[in-house]
Design a protein around this ligand. Structure first.
Ligand code: ATP
Ligand code: 4MY
Ligand code: MG
Ligand code: MG
Length: 330
């Protein structure tokens, strides 16, 4: 690449220290949590240079880049990246906007898990029963009863657009309160999971799992006593780490590694994405029945243990591929 260390004159002179130039388009919040100084230092030592993309300037006038990382909102940005992908096939754009878009809807984000039908491979992975409500709040209780969903239900905004509102969730404990909810939304059966959630981070081929505290089990008796809908703030955020907690080993036990490898490999291919995480829970009273409840694009990797090394290695795989391609052409 072009932003250099030393030059190679092609005639036995000094070998150029090729830099891998990674352009990034991230919100300020994301930049701060992702591009931490230690990560940037390690990456730099390994020949990776991060360059901020100016979204107010044409993308083609910037760079040149070897890789582009991006997570910004809006169709306009998606179109710019898609257009760039078409016109700059030599640049590795991580990831395609249309594939990211698939995760912006809480119904489509789980469809590949359903299609995968992972039912007998070191355990079973499904998604909770759910339905989409687009409009007409008064008929929600009837529609939900007709669909055969059981209380309690988790109500989630249908669209995940990065706004705080798209993370405002409610636990609905009786039928009549359902009409107070604001569509479009997804109603998902609440699955008792002993208050522990597994966050499975994917970075290309690498997988890292952490435990987070989550909502406690709800029994029928509690349900009868507390009708209504209850907002719950971001229960399984990084502050809710349960990795060092003293847990019942049956609850703490991570999902089997072969199952996670199969699931993440399949999802990487089906979703066409390399950077995402999966929220998974184990059904109370079982050892190997799991549910995927959420998938997030380019999550908060800064909170993933060893993310600096994992991400650096991930980016370097593209450097190797690039050189392989060049030497094949020769
Ligand atoms: N079906 C469910 N059964 C049990 N608990 C659930 C269910 N759905 C969500 N939860 C709980 O609510 C939390 C938030 O739900 P979810 O992950 O779908 O929301 P989100 O706003 O997309 O979260 P994130 O911050 O990970 O993007 C989960 O981490 C889990 O603790
Ligand atoms: O804010 P954090 O660093 O925690 O990252 C969160 C990220 O917000 P950001 O993209 O603004 O960083 C969220 O993205 P949006 O849905 O809001 O787009 C979503 O991916 C969460 O799941 C991430 O939390 P995690 O799952 O990793 O705990
Ligand atoms: Mg989640
Ligand atoms: Mg989410």
């Amino acid at each position: 690449m072009r932003i250099k260390g030393k030059n190679f004159d092609g005639e036995g002179g000094e070998e150029e220290e090729q830099k891998l130039v990674v352009g990034y388009a991230l919100t300020l919040k994301k930049k701060k949590s992702f591009l931490q100084p230690e990560f940037e230092r390690l990456a730099c030592k390994k020949g990776i240079l991060f360059v901020a993309i100016d979204v107010n300037l044409p993308l083609s006038d910037q760079g040149p880049f070897d890789i582009i990382l991006h997570k910004l909102l809006g169709k306009e940005w998606g179109d710019i990246v898609e257009d760039y992908r078409q016109t700059h096939p030599e640049v590795i754009v991580i990831d395609p906007p249309y594939a990211i878009q698939h995760l912006h809807n809480r119904q489509s984000m789980l469809q590949d898990v359903v299609d995968l039908n992972l039912s007998d491979f070191h355990g079973r992975v499904g998604v909770p029963k759910q339905m989409v409500i687009v409009k007409d709040t008064l008929s929600i209780p009837d529609e939900v009863a007709k669909a055969g969903l059981k209380l309690p239900l988790v109500a989630k905004p249908l669209v995940v657009d990065g706004s705080a509102k798209s993370h405002e969730l409610f636990l609905a404990c009786d039928w009549s309160s359902l009409s107070e909810l604001e569509p479009p939304l997804v109603l998902q059966e609440f699955v008792n999971h002993d208050g522990i959630l597994f966050k499975i981070y994917i970075v290309g081929d690498a997988i890292k799992v952490v435990r987070r505290f989550s909502l406690s089990n709800v029994n029928q008796c509690q349900l009868a006593k507390v009708p209504g809908i209850f907002p719950f703030p971001r229960v399984s955020s990084a502050a809710a780490s349960a990795d060092d907690a003293d847990l019942d080993p049956r609850v703490a036990e991570l999902p089997p590694r072969p199952l996670l490898e199969r699931l993440s490999k399949e999802l990487r291919h089906r979703l066409g994405l390399r950077l995402f995480n999966i929220d998974m829970i184990r059904e109370h009273g079982t050892r190997d029945i799991f549910y995927v409840i959420d998938i997030n694009y380019f999550p908060g990797y800064g909170k993933m243990p060893d993310y600096e090394v994992i991400f650096t290695d991930f980016l370097l795989t593209f450097k190797k591929k690039k050189y392989r391609a060049i030497s094949c052409e020769d």
